[in-house]
Ligand binder design. Structure first.
Ligand code: ARG
Length: 602
């Protein structure tokens, strides 16, 4: 179950087929061998391989300096780190991957990747599919807990961020052959249900028949019942009893509860459907029956203490304890999350459990994870599996720099937001004369792909921890680092291939990729880096790394390759069309990982 994370010991992996494109991993393997010879006395030296920052090569190995400091004064034959670098270089095994190598400065070993190997690897991808470039992660099953709005309360832009980021992470893991449990941990068990149910009974005696139509707007219903709750002590009393009766399983209360949940669910689904996001709901209520057993187990381990009438768990380096049973004997958010974590580890056998919420919940998760470590459910080390990670994100701001609101200062309705993005992108397409050139269906589909894609990309391209400003004009701009620009770039590449009149499937079988021009080579190498980039994005839970890669790919294609290398009608046409096709394939996979639908025509 437990794998060492982030090592280069690919030798333990089942397969290492020819032409699987993970340059960094492959180089790591070569340097690992060399380091074993050079530093035979130092155990477990992990190769440190990164793309070159200077123009001395494509990748560099940075081990010499540290290694020298480890062996210096212990009878080593080396006088300085540069000499260690030289030895590392000399002991590199023969390989078709490396064209040349050199040592610079205090011992950086620079390597130039073989042009032939790059072309061979790209050709293999064209034939065997990009799935062969999928990263290999250390886990087999992961839970991504994302979106997770609260029943009867508004699904706000924070939930939209969670939905977009969580879906991208789930897609990245799924592409990497991880079995992903996409969990919607909806808030369906809070004390708010007492007042909602009482309000329903009070105002709609025949609620069983009219429930759904009567409630209609659930948020208005919530507001009205809250008002009643706050202003009438007797109602409040009944509402509190209703919670107890609901949680005790009384059927009338359960029935009203599930009716309210169903209405919310339909609302949420409209957002998911627009965004093309799949989720499986296991709400807070699901874990409720398991809570007593989990609390008992934690108590038996001696972790649970009494504090001010509540039962709590203290964790390292946090002043306040985690309350697991409230002073009134009820359970709370933390009891549920501890139980859900237990369930995911033991019942669902997940090796990595990922929670996507705003950074405001960071401390909550930190405490839950630390409690789980105290209980021995999770290993103490950060790098060992099973592992739990909180993926926090910043606020969504409006153009005024304040928390995002709509004109009415009410909360933003997500469906309206998405509809507006689509409407705006449709208007832009009509302005470009597309209404005359395309069928209505093409227009609709493209407007949707561009509009929703723009909302997603604007969110994903930032480091998720930073706040981001929701700005339609900016995200729908067709220049700069936006989905619109990237989708158009992809469509343009497709049109180059179409207009060549060549059968690209045929060329894949018969043609070869040649990388003689510097622009071709640079594009080729960047294509090859797709696999290690996605791997890094997965391991660090950062979808923006994929966005950055995608944007650079598009820039390299346009500025380095296409503006210098004539494609159609040149003597290198076949090879260059294949490079166009490879670029389009990699771009499409990036779009897919980000949850963006590509467009082929513009
Ligand atoms: N319902 C919570 C909210 O809206 C998010 C739940 C996140 N997941 C969890 N396992 N706590 O803030």
């Amino acid at each position: 179950l437990i794998f060492a994370a982030n090592t280069y010991s690919v030798s333990t992996m089942a397969t290492d087929e020819e032409n699987v494109g993970n340059v960094k991993r492959k180089l790591g393997k070569l340097f690992e061998q060399s380091l074993r010879t050079v530093a035979s006395d130092v155990p477990d030296v992990e190769p440190s391989i990164v793309p070159c920052t200077a123009k001395f090569g494509d990748y560099q190995c940075n081990n010499a300096m540290r290694l020298f400091s480890q062996i210096k004064g212990k009878g080593t034959e080396f006088n300085n780190p540069n000499a260690v670098g030289q030895a590392i270089m000399k002991n590199l095994p023969q390989s078709e991957i490396i064209e040349s190598s050199s040592v610079a400065g205090p011992g950086f070993v620079n390597v130039v990747i073989s042009k032939n190997w790059i072309s061979k690897t790209i050709q293999a991808m064209l034939i065997n599919g990009i799935e062969k470039w999928a990263p290999r992660l250390a886990v087999k099953r992961a839970v991504v807990d994302f979106s997770s709005p609260n029943i009867a309360k508004e699904m706000h832009v924070g939930h939209l961020r969670s939905t977009i980021i969580g879906d991208a992470l789930a897609r990245m893991f799924e592409f990497s052959n991880v079995d992903v449990l996409r969990r919607n941990h909806v808030g369906d068990w809070g004390t708010q249900f007492g007042m909602l149910i009482e309000y329903l009974f009070e105002n709609y005696p025949n609620w069983e028949d009219v429930g759904e139509t009567a409630i209609g707007d659930l948020q208005a219903f919530y507001k009205a019942s809250k008002q009643r709750f706050d202003s009438d002590a007797a109602f409040k009393e009944r509402a509190q009893q209703a919670v107890v009766r609901l949680q005790g399983g009384e059927s009338k209360y359960r029935k009203a509860w599930s009716q309210i949940c169903e209405i919310s669910r339909k609302e949420f689904d409209r957002v998911y459907q627009r965004l093309g996001v799949q989720l499986e709901e296991k709400g807070e209520s699901f874990y409720n029956p398991h809570i007593p057993g989990v609390i008992k187990a934690l108590t038996d381990l001696g972790l649970v203490e009494e504090s001010k009438g509540a039962r709590v768990i203290f964790v390292e380096k946090v002043n306040i304890p985690l309350i697991v049973v409230k002073s009134d004997g009820g359970y709370n958010y933390a009891s549920t999350d501890l139980t859900a974590l237990w369930y995911r580890l033991n019942e669902e056998k997940a090796e990595w459990i990922i929670y996507v919420t705003d950074v405001g919940q960071q401390q909550h998760f930190e405490m839950v994870f630390k409690a789980a470590k105290r209980a021995g459910w999770l290993p103490a080390s950060e790098n060992a599996y099973p592992k739990a990670s909180h993926v926090g994100f910043g606020l969504v701001l409006g153009e005024d720099g304040k928390r995002f609101r709509t004109r009415s200062t009410e909360v933003v309705r997500l469906v309206d937001l998405l509809d507006e993005a689509k409407a705006r992108s449709k208007a832009a397409l009509i302005e470009r004369g597309k209404a005359e050139q395309w069928t209505e269906q093409e227009l609709e589909q493209t407007a949707e792909a561009v509009g929703y894609g723009a909302v997603k990309y604007a969110d994903l391209k930032n480091n998720r921890l930073t706040n981001y400003t929701f700005d339609f004009d900016q995200m729908l701009n067709d220049k700069g680092n936006t989905a619109v620009y990237l989708l158009y770039a992809h469509a343009r590449i497709c049109s180059i291939i179409r207009k060549s009149g060549k059968d690209i499937e045929e060329l894949k079988k018969t043609g070869t990729v040649v990388l003689d021009h510097e622009g071709e080579r640079e594009l080729g190498l960047h294509l090859l880096q797709f696999s290690e980039v996605v791997e890094e994005a997965c391991n660090n839970l950062l979808p923006n790394v994929v966005c950055e890669y995608l944007y650079n790919l598009s820039e390299i294609f346009t500025k380095k390759f296409y503006s210098n290398c004539q494609v159609v009608g040149s003597k290198e046409e076949t090879s260059r069309l294949l490079l166009c096709e490879a670029t389009a394939i990699v771009m499409r996979k990036c779009f897919y990982l980000l949850g963006i639908v590509p467009v082929y025509k513009i």
